[in-house]
Design a binder for this molecule. Structure first.
Ligand code: SF4
Length: 417
């Protein structure tokens, strides 16, 4: 049987999409190495310039290291980078998310092809496995109706749309039957789940909690304005991870307005304090060096950031994306300044995380993934210092935090659950 290797870039939705493509294969065998596979499928990300650069570099490397392999391209970069790479004959074919089911045909296509399909498709492929994963990503939603001035996602993923509740429950049942116990609900704007179907994410979570075998459920990134009291009520359920990732993107109203964001500093603080009162760890996304982020604006933003009960943060330097409003804005902050601002924020949040774990009285419940390390209920990586291999669920009673912010525990302070 001919072999195919999948290379996935980007977010959890993309990893789910790759599994959905793989689940449609009939005549090809999936392999774990790109070196001598007969075909390579690149599931791309295009959210930033560096994402595009990483995908382009991978395609170049494959051309060099495995020139005989058929190279196919899909994902969020299909309509932009994908088309360019096809025109320059760097790849053999490009297809859109909606065309996944035709993967066997694409892999055996004789001529180069471009099948971008439509942007209003919602995939309800039931997958049976998640290669090499201990936790299962479940894609419940796709697309986005928001219009953040810097974001290319609505252009490449289309309008917001949700998978049916029955499909999501069936998908989780299927993977729970195959031994998965931790699930992460993901999407492009997952908090918008169900709005196009008269359903809502709080109800969905409540139903998932009734599925036997579901031990822990996490929500991936959610927009502040989509965190309802109803959602917070169900997030307090025992099967829910005690962590929410609430995407603020900035902590200055002047920047939030320029970014055309729907959240504002005052309401964000009220929301995060409400979530923190539940004993939750809180993560967020933050864009630095956005056009017009002057020194004065940044120092105001830092003052506001210091007041927020955050514990985790993803920081992105602004990256102008073709087709977005922000791409036309004048960039007036250089890379060195952007990096200094990133470091300032990292230092603040790192200390907040340490304070959170110093105050925490709960034992950490860790699902070991590999090398005696795994994530706890607060979404922090925990390393068990032990001469024997641990697996499954471990309760950590005592721990310390190393200089890199990794939580460490000796095996004497752990109990296998
Ligand atoms: S909410 Fe904003 S940042 Fe998030 S996907 Fe939608 S447009 Fe992009």
């Amino acid at each position: 049987m001919k072999t195919v290797y999948f290379k996935t870039f980007g977010c959890r939705s993309n990893f789910f999409d790759t599994s959905a493509i793989a689940a449609r294969l009939n005549e090809w065998q999936i392999v774990d190495s790109e070196a001598d596979s007969d075909a390579i499928v690149v599931n791309s990300c295009t959210v930033t310039n560096s994402a595009d650069a990483a995908v382009r570099a991978f395609v170049r490397r494959m051309k060099r290291e495995n020139p005989k392999a058929k190279l196919l391209f899909t994902g969020c970069g299909a309509a932009s980078l994908g088309k360019k790479l096809l025109e320059s004959a760097a790849i053999d074919g490009v297809f859109g998310h909606s065309e996944k089911a035709r993967i066997d045909d694409f892999l055996s296509a004789e001529k180069p092809f471009e099948e971008l399909g439509v942007l209003d498709h919602i995939d309800e492929t039931i997958i049976d496995r998640f290669n090499g994963k201990t936790r299962a990503f479940i894609k419940i939603q796709d697309g986005c109706d928001f219009d953040c001035s810097y974001c290319v996602i609505p252009l490449v993923r289309g309008k917001a749309r949700s998978a049916s509740k029955n499909y999501v429950l069936e998908q989780i049942k299927r993977l729970a039957d195959r031994g998965f116990e931790e699930f992460i609900l993901t999407g492009v704007n997952s908090g918008a789940y169900g709005r196009d179907r008269g359903e809502n994410i709080a109800d969905l979570i409540a139903s998932i909690g009734n599925i036997s075998g579901v031990r822990r459920l996490r929500l991936s990134s959610i927009e502040p304005c989509l965190v309802s009291d109803e959602l917070l009520d169900i997030c307090a359920a025992p099967f829910m991870a005690k962590h929410l990732h609430i995407a603020l993107q900035h902590t200055s109203d002047r920047m939030l307005k320029t970014m055309n964001r729907r959240n504002r500093v005052k309401s964000d603080r009220i929301l995060l304090e409400k979530v923190s009162k539940l004993g939750f760890a809180i993560g967020s996304d933050y864009i630095v060096s956005f056009p017009s982020e002057s020194e004065e604006v940044f120092s105001e933003a830092i003052d506001n950031l210091k007041l927020l009960p955050l514990t985790h943060i993803h920081i992105f330097p602004f990256s102008p994306r073709e087709g977005t409003k922000a791409a036309k804005m004048k960039i007036n902050i250089n890379g060195l300044v952007a990096n200094e601002r990133r470091k300032t924020i990292v230092k603040i949040i790192d200390q907040k995380k340490r304070d959170f774990y110093l105050k925490n009285k709960e034992p950490l419940i860790v699902l070991i993934e590999r090398n005696n390390s795994g994530l706890d209920q607060f979404f922090s990586r925990v390393q068990i210092i032990s001469d024997c291999d641990h697996s499954g669920w471990v309760e950590v009673k005592k721990y310390s935090i190393d200089k890199n912010g990794v939580i460490e525990a000796s095996k004497e302070d752990c109990v296998c659950l």
